[in-house]
Design a binder for this molecule. Structure first.
Ligand SMILES: O=C(CO)[C@H](O)[C@H](O)COP(=O)(O)O
Length: 221
């Protein structure tokens, strides 16, 4: 789940609500910029059973910027695919130093196939297919990019973010995503814990049909 609030206490409270229902807690970019590494330290101490991704979206000084976050317990840190290849290599190297993972975010990368092949060769752990919040507001979705990246068959984990919800979680997994990210579909839900559980179950293919009420809910969602 992507934690995209700016508020420290609200973020911890939301993480507490959803943590039992998700594998990874993602500290979103605005959230980590606003709150800093103290938030990571707090979440790390409170949620030993969840992986934590810090969405740094690093653009320069890859090794230097990412290292303190791995030291503080991040499992995954992101770097922009549009960054210099040396910056991306720096984040991959420092992830390897700590036995953790670097995610290369393809947001705004023009030639996504070429950059994906290039960073996979460098040892990228995860490729992030990502339609950002501003791009979503302009009507874009990550589905076409996901098909392109998964079609490369590089054997690298693929994460998908960009407006994923319960009704599309299985679709993105079927299209090749190994990590499904959801933000607004959870924090904007009336019951975030239930929404997180529903999206996780859909992504993992473990959801029950929900009987006639579940069927009706799907029909009208
Ligand atoms: O990284 C992000 C924005 O840059 C978001 O955290 C990501 O897009 C997931 O949120 P949502 O499901 O609301 O799109």
């Amino acid at each position: 789940m992507a934690l995209d609030s700016l508020d420290f206490d609200q973020t911890v409270a939301l993480a507490t609500t959803v943590a039992p229902h998700v594998d990874i807690l993602e500290i979103g970019t605005p959230c980590i910029k606003y709150n800093g590494i103290k938030l990571l330290e707090t979440l790390r101490a409170k949620f030993p059973n969840n992986k934590i991704l810090v969405d740094l979206k690093t653009m320069d000084a890859g090794f230097y910027e990412a290292e303190p976050f791995f030291k503080a317990g991040a499992d995954i840190v992101t770097v922009l695919g549009t960054a210099d290849i040396g910056t991306i290599k720096g984040v991959i190297d420092v992830a390897n130093k700590y036995g953790k993972k670097a995610q290369i975010d393809l947001i705004n990368v023009v030639d996504k196939a070429a950059r994906t092949k290039e960073v996979a060769k460098l040892g990228a752990h995860i490729i992030g297919v990502h339609t950002g919040l501003d791009q979503q507001a302009a009507g874009q979705t990550p589905f076409a990019d996901l098909g392109l990246v998964s079609g490369l068959n590089l054997g690298v984990d693929i994460s998908v973010a960009g407006g994923v919800k319960a009704t599309t979680a299985k679709q993105v997994v079927d299209a090749g995503a190994t990590i499904v990210v959801a933000g607004a579909a959870i924090y904007g839900a009336a019951d975030p814990a239930a929404a997180a559980a529903e999206i996780s179950a859909a992504a993992k293919g473990t959801q029950s049909s929900g009987g006639v009420f579940g069927w009706l809910k799907k029909l009208f969602s």
